[in-house]
Ligand binder design. Structure first.
Ligand SMILES: Cc1cc2nc3c(=O)[nH]c(=O)nc-3n(C[C@H](O)[C@H](O)[C@H](O)COP(=O)(O)OP(=O)(O)OC[C@H]3O[C@@H](n4cnc5c(N)ncnc54)[C@H](O)[C@@H]3O)c2cc1C
Length: 351
């Protein structure tokens, strides 16, 4: 049946019956909420009517930082100019330098040694600079929970009332027999129908395996362990400066054997976001739990061969969580053949 958009209405075949296209969004992380906001602020709601279903009782984000490159900042401005404005107000910028040709460049990262080199090929010592990563455009960092709050504040009524349902964990999706849409089943026994569904339910997605089975790409169902884990945490900037000096106020990466540290300021420089990566010796992770509570002693054991300033920073993590890092293999498609189910965000392409 031919379907086309016309101003103010969705025209279905030759019936000219105007009805909105109902889009179900499954999952309200940064991905699902950005998509909802984009539709609410840009689409004609008599043409496209979104509704977001979130498994948890409220929206929430982890206490950590997130860095945005220029593409995502530009996309954010298209989704919502107001959100981009608020983002620019709360984000911490990368440094600016003048390069050898006299051009202004943004420093995305200062790369430094976090421990002594161990061979003639790497004679550098802990703390020595390796290089600077320069770009023409800025990278900006924010506290994740604060950014999520800014998205939520942009929703109608400041909460998304009428467009969001909580405690709705999707358990199954079926295509309707008449080919016109999908049926969505939730863990609480409720069921809704929609014209299409967009899975935004993160790396442990329920929608991804449903879609992969439908398109016959079963090898792409399960996320794979990357062989790395990371301790994540936020440190008051004063403590970080005490450990590593003023250089830590900038975006830095520290390198060593079997690990690296990504450190960047958030909260306009008041807080340091630290992600301490480590290669897992056996390269395997079989448990269903991917985030484990960890102790500082455990983290210090992992970084015992690193420099004293790095160890001092690790001590400041206090209660570091330990994250097993998983990734999805590229799938053959992220959408079923008649465009009723698709994926967005980590459930599509976490890497
Ligand atoms: C160590 C680390 C550092 C990172 N740093 C960066 C960075 O600097 N820059 C960057 O761009 N990215 C970074 N990322 C990646 C980034 O965090 C993710 O890509 C992004 O947060 C994914 O958002 P999402 O909305 O797709 O998924 P999620 O944030 O996982 O949200 C999924 C939502 O779906 C809900 N849900 C789950 N299952 C169901 C269900 N069955 N039914 C209904 N709801 C459901 C969940 O409750 C959740 O609210 C980092 C990731 C890690 C692990």
């Amino acid at each position: 049946m031919a379907e086309s958009f016309e101003s103010g209405g969705f025209v279905n075949g030759d019936s000219h019956a105007t009805k909105p296209l109902n889009i179900a969004i499954i999952g309200g992380g940064i991905g699902g909420l950005s998509f909802l906001l984009g539709l609410l602020q840009n689409a004609n709601l008599s043409v496209i009517k979104p509704h977001l279903y979130e498994a948890a009782a409220e929206f929430s984000e982890i206490g950590a930082g997130v860095g945005f490159g220029p593409n995502s900042i530009q996309a954010m401005g298209v989704v919502s100019p107001n959100l981009r404005k608020r983002f620019e107000e709360i984000a911490s910028d990368s440094d600016e330098v003048i390069d050898e040709s006299g051009k202004k460049r943004a420093v995305w990262n200062y790369m430094l040694m976090g421990m002594n080199g161990r061979s003639e090929r790497c004679p550098l010592k802990a703390g020595d600079p390796i290089c600077k990563v320069l770009f023409d455009t800025f990278k900006k960092n924010v506290h994740r929970a604060r950014f999520l709050d800014e998205i939520i504040n942009q929703l109608p009524g400041g909460t998304g009332d009428g467009f969001v349902s909580f405690k709705k964990r999707c358990t199954d999706i079926v295509k309707l027999n008449d080919g016109k849409g999908v049926g969505i089943q939730f863990a609480d026994g409720t069921y809704v129908e929609a014209d299409a569904v967009v899975g935004c339910d993160g790396i442990k997605s329920r929608i991804r395996p449903i879609l992969m089975k439908m398109i016959g790409d079963e090898k792409s169902i399960n996320p794979q362990f990357s062989g790395k884990y990371a301790y994540r945490g936020l440190i008051p900037m004063d403590e970080a400066v005490d450990a590593l000096g003023d250089t830590i106020r900038h975006s830095n990466m520290y390198f060593g054997y079997n690990g690296h540290f990504v450190c960047f300021p958030v909260d306009k420089g008041k807080t340091l976001n630290v992600v301490a990566f480590r290669t897992k010796d056996d390269g395997k992770w079989e448990s269903a739990d991917w985030v484990l509570p960890a102790t500082v002693d455990e983290a210090l054991e992992d970084y015992k061969e690193w420099s004293e300033p790095i160890k001092k920073m690790v001590k400041s993590l206090r209660k570091p969580d330990k994250w097993m890092l998983f990734e999805h293999p590229p799938a053959e498609s992220y959408c079923d053949e008649d465009g009723k189910i698709c994926l967005l965000g980590d459930c599509a392409h976490a890497r």
